[in-house]
Design a binder for this molecule. Structure first.
Ligand code: TYM
Length: 331
């Protein structure tokens, strides 16, 4: 059976981008067709300035939202990364296989480290080595497929390269994974700046639709989305990024093809109104389940405990095999 692994980082409140680019596929497709694991990757949240209490709160919230989005613990394994030591154990071995140059080439590292320096802060070493930990997340589980939004495909490519290199040097140990992304909305853009990704860790609130935004807030954000200077509705990411983003969101939420939808609108106002309502409808059931789950925190604890136990037994043999293959003495 195909093995699927993916994760979400608790560095902010989850967004519509997280949902359309990743969570929805996990819930609607992956958990039904594959042996799948979904993880709140909390160790990754420590790579930038963080408040410990906030990371704990966001980790719990992200896990609740994974269930609210429809992940069923009877069908898939839901857990928290730091509960399973194998991720950190394997990450170190992969740092010994990766090169400094390939880590520095990662787009996300370049962007985030540049931003950190502009703020006058220092760049944590873990921000540079982040992709080794992400590769460990994936490779520890003999993963075949990694469903992610477009912004993560470069990291999954690196995980592939590391798996191939390790196998070549030290003998067949890892399954070589590949990234999969949804056909539409694989890169949802910021509504206020449609040339940059809608990211949960950004500070531009009005451009980001959060999964737990009230319907009125969603409507306001979509209606105020920055559009382009022309008047006609055209799907063209380079020339008309604002309108194209709305068409992609509408297509992902209400169905249809973004290019066909473009032909059925003659004004930005109508497009925005329909997009806002489509987003509200998509978020409604997630928010309802989220409310129910919050009323029973014991259930979440129990799911995460069982998930970690299962994940541990799955990861340990592969990570132990990697330790032996690379030359470490068995304990
Ligand atoms: P993270 O937490 O930034 O995002 C979680 C998932 O949501 C997708 N995503 C988007 N998709 C479309 N449009 C957007 N605007 C958008 N923003 C986010 C991401 O592509 C991702 O699939 N490094 C990862 C977490 C991670 C991981 C892993 C993922 C750690 N280890 C192992 C897969 C496998 C990250 O920061 O995702």
């Amino acid at each position: 059976m195909t093995r699927v692994f993916s994760g979400v980082k608790p560095t902010g409140h989850l967004t519509l981008g997280n949902y359309l680019g990743a969570l929805r596929q996990w819930a609607e497709t992956d958990q039904h067709r594959a042996d799948s694991l979904f993880c709140v990757v909390d160790l990754h949240a420590l790579t930038v300035d963080h408040d410990p209490a906030r990371v704990r709160r966001l980790s719990r919230q992200a896990a609740t939202l994974l269930l609210a989005a429809g992940l069923d613990p009877e069908r898939c394994t839901v857990f928290v990364q730091s509960h399973v030591d194998e991720h950190a154990r394997l990450s170190y071995l992969l740092e010994c296989v990766a090169t400094d140059g390939e880590m520095r080439r990662m787009i996300q590292y370049k962007e985030k480290s540049a931003r950190e320096q502009v703020r006058g802060g220092s760049v944590r070493l873990s921000l540079l080595t982040y992709p080794a930990l992400m590769a460990a997340d994936i490779l520890a589980y003999d993963t075949d497929e990694v469903p992610v939004g477009e912004d993560q495909t470069q990291h999954v490519e690196l995980a592939r390269d590391l798996a191939v290199r390790f196998n070549h040097r030290y003998g067949q140990t890892f399954t070589v994974p590949k990234a999969t992304s949804p056909k539409v909305a694989a890169r949802v853009m910021n509504l206020q700046d449609p040339t940059s990704k809608m990211g949960k860790s950004d500070d531009t609130g009005p451009g980001i639709v959060y999964l737990l935004d009230e319907p009125e807030a969603v409507r306001k954000k979509v209606m105020r989305a920055v559009t382009d200077s022309g008047q006609d509705v055209v799907h063209d990411r380079a020339a008309r990024p604002g309108v194209t983003n709305l068409l992609e969101i509408l297509a992902a939420c209400a169905g249809g093809d973004p290019e066909d939808l473009a032909a059925s609108y003659s004004s930005y106002g109508a497009l925005k109104k329909d997009t806002a309502e489509a987003v509200v409808e998509v978020l409604r059931p997630v928010q309802e389940r989220h409310r129910e789950l919050c009323a029973d925190p014991g259930y979440l604890e129990q799911v995460l405990r069982a998930g970690a136990e299962k994940a541990r037994t799955m990861a340990r043999p592969t990570v132990d095999a990697a330790y032996r293959a690379i030359g470490l003495l068995p304990a």
